[in-house]
Design a protein around this ligand. Sequence first.
Ligand code: PMP
Length: 288
Amino acid sequence: MKIYLDGKLVDEADAKVSVFDHGLLYGDGVFEGIRLYGGNIFRLEEHLERLEYSAKAILLPIPLSRAELSKATCETCRANGLTDAYIRLVVTRGVGDLGLAPWLCPKPSLFIIASKISLYPKEYYENGLAIVTVPTRRIGPAALPATIKSLNYLNNILAKIEAKQFGALEAIMLNDQGYVAECTADNVFIVHKGEILTPGASQGALKGITRSTIIDIAHELNIPLRETDMTRYDIWCADECFLSGTGAEVIPVVKLDGREIGAGKPGPVTQRVLASFRKRVLIEGTRI
Ligand code: PMP
């Protein structure tokens, strides 16, 4: 496998970063997870824009321009002969000393991995996921805005571990006020009385690229969609629930904490959104 690392495509065995890299020492860096479908990178510009905003928010200069980033991402896919892949684009603060100070890291590091992804098994798309609410809360915006896709995922990792301990693959994370924020790696949606509802970024949701695709799909399908504050009550009483993410795509949820949601099977709105999403990924995108 070829990895793009600081301007060069190198063999996987040579793709090494220093133990003094602050991405490793402190989680000081930002990243994107992107999909390649049939030779087209899905919503590349939106991912690069989010990466730029994440980097700007932590005052991290990205060593490449938007056009150069786009070219490097396409090149990495081509170099590996891939037509369907998961792309991981990472910018770290780079090498510094053992102190926190980012200003002592003269050069950010940038690497791109294009590889296979392990997806949820097909049956979950047909029958839906059973998820749980976990005790670990989403970090509040005053500590670290959820809109920054940073290398600090420990909060989500703790939630993921708790989900596994409760026998679930995904988990609802509440914010400090008890409102639904998002899942460990997915945004959350419910359908209630014909409307699609999702928590806003101010409640601790990442502005997911799949989420923004769903907003477009809802518009196209003439299904009303709005951002709203949401508690577990809203999920308990919802007609349908589904999650969205680059890896998960659109996946139905049929149970929360052992309670059935709606009819206890993937609902019609979820199925329409999922079908429309699957069509879009094949026609939209940047040719590599
Ligand atoms: N929330 C979190 C915490 C995430 O890490 C992700 C990305 N996997 C998402 C939501 C979904 O975002 P996207 O649709 O851009 O992948």
